[in-house]
Ligand binder design. Sequence first.
Ligand code: G
Ligand code: G
Ligand code: MN
Ligand code: NA
Length: 255
Amino acid sequence: LQLENDLRRAIERQEFEVYYQPIVLVETEKITGFEALIRWQHPTRSLLNPVDFISVAEETGAIVPIGYWVLFEACRQLRTWQLEFSAQSLTMSVNLSSKQFSQPDIVEQIVHILQSTNLDAHSLKLEITESTIMENAESATAMLLQLRDLGIEIYLDDFGTGYSSLSSLHRFPVDVLKIDRSFINTINRSDEKTKIVQVIMSLAQNLGMDAIAEGIETVEQMMQMKTLQCKYGQGYLFSKPLDKNAAAALIASII
Ligand code: G
Ligand code: G
Ligand code: MN
Ligand code: NA
């Protein structure tokens, strides 16, 4: 309950921060963009990770304003970096929870955020899970099509976990599968996991989707994903999630 109350005040108290984890092209290891990951500087506790508060925020509905705050802040930050570093092609992916996605005005809100931050829709990627789509089954496909018409790409997060709806995957307007890190972190120790990743890669190719391997921690894992022609990678091998200053320094060092 205390956490609930604290959460409700956290936006106005400016306690949230967005961290940024690079997403790279596996082929070249060049950074193509970032995933925005929220952190909460709780007044009396350490820096909290989403696992400590996102489920409470979902239950209370606080995730809706928090989610819009993250979206605005991540778009604003990316636009700043694009201008500051002449890096127009850098992208930003933002996680959307199920409750956010079920807001009837979500598309209008996103359009408003793009306009007010002057960010091109092609720079923004939205990460949703299969269960988010299934929970909003009626409206989800239509909403995703509207977002895609704007030029926003849809990433399917945590792919391979939970119940995968292989029978309907081809009907979802999804551009990129994010292969869950539980498959990547044992890929060089488990033949089964390797086979599953191969199947996911051929699924993506057959559906005309790209893939991101999440949680790449070793050179071996990266080499395996390169062999499997996975386009993008993300993980501690390249970088942990960084605060905005560290992320800016990283961009400056590669430009
Ligand atoms: O940052 P970390 O690596 O601990 O993220 C853990 C999980 O929290 C991620 O899988 C992601 O889905 C979720 N998450 C992080 N930031 C956000 C956010 O801004 N909104 C939502 N809805 N989920 C987030
Ligand atoms: O949205 P999603 O759940 O995919 O968020 C990514 C989560 O994975 C974040 O919590 C991030 O801190 C974490 N993460 C990113 N790279 C790695 C990695 O290489 N190893 C591990 N164990 N976790 C990672
Ligand atoms: Mn994600
Ligand atoms: Na994930």
